[in-house]
Ligand binder design. Structure first.
Ligand SMILES: [Zn+2]
Length: 303
């Protein structure tokens, strides 16, 4: 199984140029990339002559990196017309870059009975473009354990959406961290998703350890094995369903921190944020070896 990493935490904060980021990941040893087109700060969605996408495609090829999946722009508002245009552009870019799986966030709804019909109707508008490009949308599990508006927390709901939109156009992206925050069994849900699983988001957190006074557990996007998710259960599920995608790390450590503000002499003090890139680089080396260790332990590492 190829070891993959999400580009967003880098292109947003550290390396804005996507091609440079791809070279950085390839040097660390990664074999595949989850391209954050939503947080590309060098304009993959604003590329009228396609030259930028062409450069990214060439650099990925030169670095022997598989562009397997991408992050789509997301919103909680299905009436947002800008989102429709941006999703169309993203699907076109994925088609050109031969990215098979585009991860979308299903919309929250007040009423669970509306969750599948509303999302199926919304995402079905893109089927002609999905036919043309060969891209599949992957619905991601979202939410928190006490979140009453996000209903796509289980294999049953995600599979229900796939059935309604059609397997030709939609698959599932299982996010391990969100699965933990919603208190779901990783093995049970991943095996039920089965052949509908297109790709994964791997990160860790500490459900049910709460931030005092907060009504939710924190979506920390920690390195795997730095929280309380049972990754033996998750990897065994991937093996048992004969998953053929990549092992994709969607971590954001040590950038994403749910700390309280500290006000000193009337000013919010954040001297230790953001983390300098030199420290991030050291932690990236470690992240690669954690992913490799997890795959090697299960005989899944590919040279
Ligand atoms: Zn995710």
């Amino acid at each position: 199984m190829k070891l993959s990493v999400c580009s967003g935490g880098y292109t947003r904060f550290f390396i804005h140029d996507t091609s440079e980021a791809l070279r950085y990941f390839a040097n660390l040893g990664y074999q595949a990339i989850d391209l954050s087109i939503d947080s590309s700060y060098d304009g993959l969605l604003d590329d009228p002559d396609g030259s930028h996408a062409k450069t990214v495609k060439n650099v990925a090829k030169e670095c022997n990196l598989l562009l397997y999946q991408a992050h789509a722009p997301a919103s909680a508002d299905p009436t947002d017309q800008k989102l429709v245009k941006n999703l169309e552009k993203t699907i076109e870019v994925c088609g050109y870059l031969e990215i098979e799986n585009l991860v979308i966030h299903p919309f929250p709804t007040d009423d669970i009975s509306q969750a599948i019909p509303l999302n199926a109707e919304y995402f079905s508008q893109f089927t002609p473009l999905l036919d043309k490009t060969g891209v599949k949308l992957c619905a991601e599990n979202l939410g928190n354990y006490n979140d009453v508006r996000h209903h796509f927390k289980t294999a049953e709901m995600l599979n229900g959406l796939v059935d309604k939109v059609g397997k030709k156009y939609m698959k599932v992206c299982w996010d391990t961290g969100h699965g933990n925050l919603t208190n779901k069994d990783q093995y049970e849900n991943v095996t039920k998703i089965g052949s509908n699983l297109g790709c994964v988001h791997i990160h860790d957190n500490y459900y049910p350890i709460f931030v005092p006074g907060e009504q939710y557990a924190f979506d920390a996007h920690n390195f795997p094995l730095f929280g309380n998710i049972n990754f033996d259960a998750f990897i065994q599920a991937l093996i048992d369903i004969n998953y053929k995608g990549t092992f994709n790390l969607e971590t954001d450590t040590p950038n994403r921190r749910g700390h309280r503000d500290f006000v000193y002499n009337g000013e919010v003090t954040l001297k230790l944020k953001p983390i300098p890139f030199e420290i991030r680089k050291k932690s990236d080396e470690m992240l690669f070896y954690i992913g490799k260790y997890m795959l090697e332990t299960y005989g899944l590492w590919e040279d």
